[in-house]
Design a binder for this molecule. Structure first.
Ligand code: ZN
Length: 506
């Protein structure tokens, strides 16, 4: 029944256009909009998202899906058509399960809670935020109930972001990570002085950092014919379609890592967007497979490529020509060591590659404890500080640097943190497979050649968009489901060498 699919595609194209128009407005708000624009912009967002939501959740889409499913039952699972019907059905059912009163209540609660969270954080006083968080926990719970779950409420929330993954599976993966990282972090802390990163604070001209970063991401494969880089407080990437995928960065004269690695990170997201098949354009399939898979690409390019020794063996001489003063007497290896310094710190967004996952584990555990009623919101700071101490060996000095640091709990968005750690794990799992097929990868990187690596990722990950769940994608790309083992092996080897650790088992 070709007409059914045609009609469905036409509606999805309209919804996609509306969402992309919203994205352009969001990009503008974060980059160039004057402060006075906030109120009007909020109205525009609300109108556009309301129209898109109504269009997508209409009875007509439900009818077309029913017809399309009946007429196309025999299609190959991997085909674009079967995938479009399957994924749209999932999105449609989830969107329809949330009653509009609950959606409105969530929007209202989030906008109410945010200023109280800001004030509480500013004054480092959790009590000011506690009643709003209590409300948000209750709303998260109601979202989970509305979406439905078999075992744990977190399953329902996780299924929206990382379809196919259960809380129990994630818990097992996180336990394996914890067992490996906690002692590694302790070992690294004991040998903190083995890596000196003072060179990163020698003062790097901001304009030159920006142009160097842009030049670098272009060499990696970020296409400026279909992209651009601007400045924003928090770097992000955003796509308006295959022909326009933008990134932002920030720059700090006294800390080199922010601009270059921020740019590489966002360019990783950007190259993913730029590589999604044009055949999937203007449908629900034109996006990353999940936040975790998206993050695997930013982190693969930022950490597994950008923070590797072969990378600096290639780039350091041009970096030194660009910044002769701050880099006087420094060599590629010393610089490689500096950009990889690891240390336990209080703030998640400033954490390094090794310690980062512990910040995520902590939040994952506490969100589950609150959702399942084991932890009362008023006891949250104490639970935070206690767990933090056991993971990092540090006493949290105040709520601002502890439980109040992230914006996430000020809106009703539990289950968003795991994507960051899944990104690390998936990136390493893909890289292990890539290395088994491209045995001279390090030499290619050393020569500044990234085309073959990008080609592999485009072929095995990017072009599929959202056709497959994270596990379906990993099975196809690497031959096995999600596993933390490659990431654990990677950090143990890399940081063992950097810090001169004697690690007994592998
Ligand atoms: Zn990211």
């Amino acid at each position: 029944m070709p007409d059914t699919l045609e009609r469905l595609r036409a509606i999805l194209a309209e919804v996609t256009d509306l969402n992309r128009a919203t994205a352009v407005l969001a990009w503008d708000q974060e980059t160039y909009m004057p402060p006075g624009g906030v109120q009007n912009r909020a109205e525009q967002f609300s109108t556009l998202s309301e129209v898109a939501h109504r269009r997508f959740t209409s009875d007509e889409v439900g009818r077309l899906l029913d017809e399309a499913e009946a007429a196309n039952a025999k299609l190959d699972f991997d085909s674009d058509e079967a995938s479009l019907i399957r994924v749209t059905r999932r999105d449609y059912d989830q969107a329809r399960k949330l009653p509009s009163e609950l959606v409105a209540e969530i929007a209202h609660a989030s906008s109410t809670a945010r200023p109280h969270w800001q004030k509480a954080r500013h004054e480092s006083n959790f009590g000011l935020f506690a009643p709003y968080l209590e409300k948000n926990v209750e709303l998260n719970r109601r979202v989970a109930d509305a979406l439905g779950f078999e075992k744990r409420p977190y399953d329902a929330l996780l299924n929206r972001t990382e379809p196919g993954l259960t809380t129990d599976e994630l818990e097992a993966i996180f336990d394996e990570l914890k067992t490996a990282i906690v002692p590694l972090v302790a070992d690294i802390s004991r040998r903190a002085e083995a890596v000196d990163d003072s060179v990163l604070r020698h003062g790097f001209d901001p304009d030159q950092q920006l142009s160097y970063a842009l030049e670098t991401v272009t060499k990696l494969g970020y296409d400026l014919e279909r992209g651009r880089q601007d400045i924003s407080t928090h770097p992000f990437s955003i796509a308006f379609g295959p022909g326009d995928v933008r990134i932002t960065t920030r720059v700090n004269r006294d800390f080199f890592n922010e601009c270059l690695f921020g740019s590489i990170h966002e360019a990783g997201h950007g190259m993913y967007f730029q590589g999604i098949g044009r055949n999937l354009d203007r449908t629900n399939l034109w996006d990353g497979a999940s936040p975790g898979v998206h993050e695997s690409q930013s982190r693969l390019w930022e950490n597994l490529v950008g923070r590797s020794l072969p990378f600096w063996n290639h780039f350091f001489s041009s970096l030194q020509r660009t910044f002769p003063e701050p880099l006087k007497g420094v060599d590629a290896e010393a610089f490689y060591r500096a950009v990889n310094k690891s240390y336990p710190s209080y703030i998640r967004v400033e954490a390094d590659e090794v310690t980062y996952n512990l910040h995520v584990l902590l939040r994952f555990e506490l969100e589950n404890d609150m959702l399942e009623g084991r932890l009362k919101v008023r006891d949250l700071p104490e639970a935070w500080n206690e767990t933090f101490k056991s993971y990092f060996g540090l006493d949290v000095p105040n709520d601002r640097e502890g439980v109040l640091q992230d914006i996430h709990w000020s809106f009703v968005g539990f289950a968003e943190f795991p994507g960051y750690t899944l990104g690390n794990i998936i990136g390493a799992q893909l890289m292990e497979k890539i290395r088994s097929e491209m045995t001279d990868l390090d030499h290619q990187i050393e020569r500044g050649e990234f085309g073959q690596l990008l080609g592999w990722l485009q072929e095995n990950v990017y072009r599929h968009g959202r056709k497959f769940t994270p596990n379906e994608l990993l099975e196809r790309a690497t031959g096995r489901p999600l596993t933390p083992k490659p990431w654990i092996a990677y950090v143990r080897k890399k940081y063992g060498a950097l810090y001169g650790l004697r690690l007994d088992k592998d």
